[in-house]
Design a protein around this ligand. Structure first.
Ligand SMILES: NC(=O)c1ccc[n+]([C@@H]2O[C@H](COP(=O)([O-])OP(=O)(O)OC[C@H]3O[C@@H](n4cnc5c(N)ncnc54)[C@H](OP(=O)(O)O)[C@@H]3O)[C@@H](O)[C@H]2O)c1
Length: 240
């Protein structure tokens, strides 16, 4: 049985992860620790794996506690978005001590979109198309552009991601839409991802957490969704 800690358990994502575990994963995962605002974060460190769906400063606080402890640490799946560089540094330190996977988006569809962009953005650039990202999210979302938009910017332009024009719309209860349009002189090409249900992120987070418990204990680098999907590819090919 995997002993899971959940940071952000009372939020939109946390609530969904808890109910999905109860409905679909209860024979293999048990939520043994969670922290509400004001609670001690220490109990989260006595688990096998922690899923973070809170806020970067809160996860950074937990990571600092873990780095101080340095031994017998759980693994970490970090899903919070909107990281400031000063908060993120401790995540990199934590990755030297225990496997840590950071993902701005746990859905396989967004991963596929970012792979398509990685492959084809150089061609669009050669053909002189200008990429523009438009992302829409619910009015409660705290960060803009979204973490996913930042990931897509990097897929299009790894060297100069900030130069990709990006517009953020925060309105209503939109779960998460990302649209990448390549504007040419006389035409335009649009690739888009539309999340219809938040459970695609919750299920992805749980699957990644399960996978992370099997990862080698020392990875020495922060893992991402590409590491997870690459390992699925080798598994399905029967490569060890
Ligand atoms: N990677 C992905 O696929 C993905 C998908 C969706 C969202 N996200 C990200 O996940 C995060 C959460 O999203 P959400 O929509 O679930 O937000 P939310 O509904 O606002 O939930 C935030 C959670 O963080 C908790 N929290 C805030 N301050 C805290 C503190 N000081 N100590 C302990 N807990 C604290 C909140 O607890 P209280 O209720 O007590 O305030 C709440 O449980 C955001 O960064 C979002 O961008 C990631």
């Amino acid at each position: 049985m995997i002993r899971l800690g959940l940071l952000g358990a009372t939020g939109r994502m946390g609530t969904l992860i808890t109910s999905l575990i109860q409905s679909e994963f209860k024979s293999e995962i048990e939520v043994v620790a969670f922290a509400r605002k004001g609670d001690s974060l220490e109990p989260l460190l006595s688990t096998d794996v922690v899923i973070d769906v809170s806020l970067p400063p809160v996860m950074a606080q937990l990571a600092s506690l873990a780095v101080k402890r340095a031994k017998n640490l759980p693994r970490f799946v970090v899903g919070s978005t909107g990281w400031a560089p000063e908060d993120y540094a401790v995540i990199e330190s934590l990755s030297q001590l225990t496997p840590v996977l950071v993902a701005s988006n746990f859905s396989s569809g967004v991963f596929a979109l970012s792979m398509i962009l990685k492959d084809y953005a150089p061609l669009f650039k050669k053909l002189e198309y200008t990429p523009v990202i438009i992302e829409r999210h619910h009015c409660h979302k705290k960060d803009a552009p979204s973490g996913t938009a930042r990931t897509l910017q990097k897929s299009i332009s790894p060297q100069n991601p900030d130069q990709i024009q990006t517009q953020s719309i925060r309105a209503g209860e939109v779960i998460g839409d990302h649209e990448v349009t390549f504007f040419g002189a006389g035409d335009q090409i649009t690739l888009s991802h539309h999340a219809q249900d938040r459970s695609i992120f919750a299920r992805g987070a749980i699957q990644v957490a399960k996978w992370l418990t099997q990862a080698p204990p020392q990875t020495n680098k922060t893992l991402g969704m590409s590491d997870y999907f690459e390992s699925l590819k080798t598994e399905s090919l029967g490569v060890s």
